[in-house]
Ligand binder design. Structure first.
Ligand SMILES: Cc1cc2nc3c(=O)[nH]c(=O)nc-3n(C[C@H](O)[C@H](O)[C@H](O)COP(=O)(O)OP(=O)(O)OC[C@H]3O[C@@H](n4cnc5c(N)ncnc54)[C@H](O)[C@@H]3O)c2cc1C
Length: 329
């Protein structure tokens, strides 16, 4: 394999290009240069516990190890800081969550995290009506900084067909949903909105969540996110999105919240919540890397490595991400 053409330079395209270059492949890249994409708007959180049912995140330990190593390589190569570690405190929204939590804890599902139950009441000024729990193992990745840094080291054009390339890899995010070549993939775009706010008098040193999270970004400033809307594919922020985020954040901290910035973008989500990677079943010159959904920061480094080695060295893809399973004629 001599030359690979990458279409789209978001999280997927940037990490794939990084892995391909490590395998000594010539990489050409085109990108539309949009500023409000999923990768630019994302909080970049990696969380080992997911969703209302408090499930351990899919293959979290294995994927976190690869993510830590790949982001670490980029940090070292470019003298930047991408990875920040956090503790997280979760506030239960309903009584039944106490049961779900205790069952999973007892079954050892959260190992090797350090997990502590929080009893109902006020803790550091925050009300836990049904209790909650704290755990470690959370990180945030500065995805925009990574993309902007890598962008400077790679030649990226706004136009180009990759005429000499052996393979073209489409890393076009939610737009693949309407691309004739890839519309058979199970991509279900989901709009996400996010706020940057100031909360006077609040000084948290951890991430706080009740489903909606509050992430410290310096001083009294926080990021609040994120909404999920599978019907609205207009990437503009909405008043309804803002209202919902503020309402959930008020339930957490019950303080004045001043909105500094409001952003929105469309995630390339899937119902089965795994990345999508591989060659087009009818055209071995076309490949795809997509489906990162809400877990891009965690899944992208591992999946990019898999796909790069599949394209260049012919190594098999993990069957859970291989798009061949979705091809039906
Ligand atoms: C509000 C919000 C919060 C989020 N928070 C988190 C989080 O905390 N943790 C987490 O892991 N994930 C989070 N995500 C999800 C994460 O952002 C995505 O998983 C990831 O960014 C997807 O990256 P991508 O490269 O596949 O897609 P995109 O970021 O959409 O990138 C696709 C790129 O391809 C370009 N492109 C498209 N079509 C073409 C074309 N025809 N030619 C050239 N270029 C093209 C686009 O301009 C874009 O640059 C969040 C998303 C949102 C919206």
């Amino acid at each position: 394999m001599k030359c690979v053409h990458v279409v789209g330079f978001g999280l997927a395209g940037a990490l794939l290009a990084w892995e391909l270059r490590k395998l000594d492949v010539d990489v050409s890249i085109v990108d539309l240069g949009e500023t409000e994409t999923s990768s630019h708007v994302a909080a970049g959180m990696i969380t080992p516990v997911t969703g209302r049912r408090l499930k351990p995140t899919w293959r979290c330990a294995e994927l976190t190890e690869v993510a830590h190593s790949v982001y670490g390589e980029i940090e070292t190569a470019h003298s930047i800081e991408l990875w920040t570690e956090w503790a997280l405190r979760r506030v239960f929204r309903e009584e039944v969550m106490v049961e779900w939590f205790r069952e999973r804890l007892q079954r050892g599902e959260y190992e090797p995290l350090t997990v502590n139950e929080i009893l109902p009441g006020f803790h550091d000024d925050v009300e836990y009506p049904f209790g909650g729990f704290s755990h470690d193992g959370v990180a945030t990745i500065n995805i925009p900084l990574m993309i902007e840094t890598l962008r400077k080291t790679m030649e990226i054009t706004a136009l180009g067909s990759g005429g000499n390339a052996d393979v073209t890899v489409h890393c076009t995010g939610y737009r693949a949903h309407t691309d004739e070549l890839w519309s058979w993939l199970p991509i279900e775009p989901s709009k996400g909105e996010i706020l940057d706010v100031t909360i006077p008098g609040l000084h948290l040193d951890h991430v706080l969540t009740n489903g909606t999270w509050l992430l410290p970004i310096g001083g009294e400033q926080y990021r609040i996110g994120a909404t999920h809307d599978w019907d609205d594919h207009d990437p503009q922020p909405t008043e309804d999105g803002k209202r919902r985020l503020l309402h959930a954040a008020q339930q957490l901290v019950n303080r004045t919240i001043i909105v500094d910035k409001h952003r929105a973008a469309i995630r390339p989500s899937t119902k089965f919540k795994r990345p999508l990677a591989g060659f087009h079943p009818l055209d071995p010159t076309q490949a795809v890397f997509n489906g990162l959904g809400t877990k891009g920061a965690l899944q992208a480094p591992w999946a990019a490595k898999q796909l790069a080695r599949h394209i260049v060295l012919g190594e098999p893809l993990d069957h859970e991400i291989d798009i061949q399973r979705w091809w039906k004629l």
